[in-house]
Design a protein around this ligand. Structure first.
Ligand code: MG
Length: 255
């Protein structure tokens, strides 16, 4: 076993003995459950995450052609490209549970009803300029909803320029880079204070968790959906585990 792996395991054990429990974040709301009423990124899925008392709930945002921020995973909604469509066009279709595509304001209205952390994924738009406009629209909405608060909201993004912008303008917020292609030192040197990498990245680089922690960065990992992977990232000592299976994770963490 390499020295790096040993040091990562030692750090994981250290954090466990410190009583630092991992936090559970539902991926795209709590939607992969038995209740047919739930669709990913729907208000109902967020409500369910809140009702289950989860630490956080992740969701994705895009900008329409008429400058409305909507909550949706993909860049399209039933084949309609969000960034070239007006919001009204998106209302032609419904989510599987019958809801219309939520605007960010509607989503934040629901989010404001419980302490569940709102983990906002700012999706890269066609250009960096458009991604930064989306970021600023999100911040306006959070401010208007009295949710521009590091204890209520954190940011994640695959867009490095978005993470850099947040680092510069909102340094007090958790701000995690998603792509998984940069080591913690490189990300930290850009002022970005966290990483949220797919768990397969940490399998390739198990020492990155301890190295990020040594720099004071927060560490999240996503779509950890089976017990073996949950046990693995728990052992590494990540701060947040994002999953489609929050109730399985509760069991694994003994919560
Ligand atoms: Mg997402």
């Amino acid at each position: 076993m390499s020295k790096k792996i040993i040091s990562a395991v030692v750090m994981g054990l250290f954090l466990c003995f410190q009583g630092q429990a991992q936090k559970i974040c539902a991926h795209r709301g709590f939607w992969q459950c038995d209740e047919a009423v739930n669709s990913q990124n729907s208000l109902a899925s967020l409500r369910l995450a809140q009702e289950h008392g989860l630490w956080g709930s992740e969701f994705d945002v895009h900008l329409t052609a008429d400058d409305i921020v909507v909550v949706n995973h993909d860049a399209d909604f039933y084949g309609i490209l969000i960034h070239t469509s007006e919001y009204e066009d998106l209302l032609t279709y419904r989510l599987p549970n019958g809801e219309t595509i939520p605007t960010l304001y509607e989503y934040l209205d629901q989010g404001s009803l419980s302490p569940c952390m709102l983990v906002m994924e700012i999706k890269p738009q066609d250009t960096v300029a458009a991604s930064l406009i989306l970021t600023q629209r999100c911040i306006q909405a959070l401010r208007a909803e009295n949710l521009l608060d590091p204890s209520r909201v954190m940011f994640i993004s695959f867009s490095y320029p978005v993470c850099e912008w947040i680092a510069q303008h909102l340094p007090e917020f958790d701000n995690q880079y998603l792509e998984g292609d940069k080591d913690p030192e490189t990300v930290h040197a850009s002022g970005i204070n966290g990483i949220d990498y797919h768990y397969s990245v940490f399998k390739r680089h198990p020492d990155w968790v301890a190295r990020a922690h040594a720099l004071g960065m927060s560490v999240n990992t996503w779509t950890v959906d089976n017990k073996a992977d949950m046990e693995y990232v728990k052992g590494l000592g990540v701060d947040v585990i994002t999953t489609n299976k929050p109730l399985v994770l509760k069991e694994v963490l003994g919560l």
